[in-house]
Design a protein around this ligand. Structure first.
Ligand code: SAM
Length: 240
């Protein structure tokens, strides 16, 4: 029996016991047909893997006992990707790759040049969960609901570094810009890019504009590249 991984909230863990409900309960018992005595790895977004055994399966809950805990992945910094909404559900691809890479939060936004206005929040959340399980992540990246560019600007104050990918920037590199950051935002525009006014406002609000090289990358490529470069510079792509 393969030991499968399930994500819970920290509040679902108490005194060595885990309560599994909702989609993860459904997946465990209806899809994977788990029985009492089966083992599972329980994750609660804290870098710890909890090897657990199913004690009880109720109508809409399962209770597991934690047998062994191991700290697997302590983060040096958290990275939030603000990604301009993309056409043809390409943002789903960005969510999947961002989770594989270990980004902490993904926030889709609409700006002046956005060609898309609809975002399927539930579907993106499911893609994030499935991707976190597939890649064996100890963290479940949070996908947020759609906001507009003014809200993005307003959230800059929540970070110690805001990195703004801008194709007209010639000098600043991500690896230098993220140095020393603990809670970092990376902002990547939609297919049509940012307007000069949006870029100006971002700089006024403290963003550091960075180049991803001389070629103009597709928005989805720019999201993946910028997250990779930032995580690598922060030591988040080291194995241990
Ligand atoms: N404005 C571009 C144009 O007219 O071709 C298109 C924007 S590009 C497809 C989408 C986003 O990717 C940009 O808003 C920017 O955030 C990022 N990007 C693409 N290439 C980049 C580069 N070489 N340096 C920095 N950011 C880049």
């Amino acid at each position: 029996m393969e030991i499968r991984r399930f994500f819970v909230e920290k509040s679902d863990i108490l005194d060595g016991k885990v309560t599994l409900t909702g989609d993860e309960f459904y997946h465990m018992t209806k899809v994977l047909r788990y029985k009492v005595g089966y083992k599972a790895v329980i994750l609660a977004n804290d870098g710890i893997e909890r090897l657990s055994v199913v004690d009880e399966i109720g109508k809409d809950y399962a209770i597991l006992s934690i047998e062994e805990e191991s700290v697997v992945d302590r983060k040096n910094a958290t990275v939030t990707l603000y990604a301009g909404l993309l056409k043809n559900n390409k943002l789903d691809f960005v969510v999947q790759k961002g989770v594989e890479l270990g980004v902490d939060n993904i926030v889709p936004f609409i700006s002046q040049n956005s060609a898309e206005t609809k975002f399927n929040f539930e579907r993106a959340g499911k893609i994030a969960l499935e991707s976190a399980k597939q890649c064996g992540s100890v963290y479940l990246s949070r996908v947020c609901d759609l906001i507009d560019f003014d809200q993005v600007l307003d959230q800059f104050k929540d970070y110690d570094k805001v990195i703004f990918a801008y194709e007209n920037e010639r000098n600043n590199r991500i690896a230098d810009a993220v140095k020393g950051g603990k809670n970092i935002a990376i902002v990547v525009g939609p297919e049509g890019g940012f307007t000069p006014e949006e870029t100006e406002k971002a700089i006024e609000n403290g963003a550091i504009v960075v180049t991803l090289g001389r070629r103009i990358l597709r928005a989805e490529t720019a999201s993946i590249v910028s997250v990779t470069l930032a995580l690598e510079a922060l030591g988040e792509l080291d194995y241990d």
